[in-house]
Design a protein around this ligand. Sequence first.
Ligand SMILES: Cc1cc2nc3c(=O)[nH]c(=O)nc-3n(C[C@H](O)[C@H](O)[C@H](O)COP(=O)(O)O)c2cc1C
Length: 206
Amino acid sequence: MEITVGITGASGTIYAHRTLQLLAASGAVETINLIVSDTAITVAQVEVSANLREPSAEKFNNWLGLEADSNLIRFWRLDNMAAKPSSGSNKQAGMIIVPCSMGTLGAIASGACSNLIHRAADVCLKEGRRLVLVPRETPYNAIHLENMLKLSRAGARILPASPGFYHRPKSIDDLVEHLCFRILDQFDIPHSKKSQWTGEEVKNEK
Ligand SMILES: Cc1cc2nc3c(=O)[nH]c(=O)nc-3n(C[C@H](O)[C@H](O)[C@H](O)COP(=O)(O)O)c2cc1C
């Protein structure tokens, strides 16, 4: 499977990091087209002290703990509108934007493609391919909510960065993974399934 991942400048670099690691570990993905916004690089520095300046496949292999010569990650510059994911003729499963800023969300909702992340998402929508957006902001204003509704109606899956607690997470990693598993589920990509709800008899105490 080939898939595109965009990382934008919303809070939640940790979600991008874990999602990429899980995609790599799944055995189901041969190529990840990776695109990173300028502000995502700033947020990565602030949140996880990662130096992703002058990004490259080698830099991301190192950040994700992959072999230096792994060719899983195909890195594309944000201003490269001639990149592979910018064309509908490139057959791929779809795209994940994790985390997705309100700025990127608005650009995609308006159809204004001023960078490769916007364009690649627009291509997924026009080709009817899976587009999973992981928005993060709080509180949402009416513009954010209208943009999400518009995108949902256009075929995007809105998967907010709001992890559940019913699997009784013991750590931040548990919380993060729970959300990332749900992202992989959107593409039927295998994972450990340890957060899958299998049903439980709950008796209300009177
Ligand atoms: C540390 C930091 C955290 C941010 N968190 C958010 C956020 O959670 N959600 C959001 O929509 N924007 C957030 N922003 C603002 C966006 O990065 C900003 O709107 C940017 O222009 C988005 O551009 P991009 O979508 O191309 O990455 C944050 C910025 C910084 C520096």
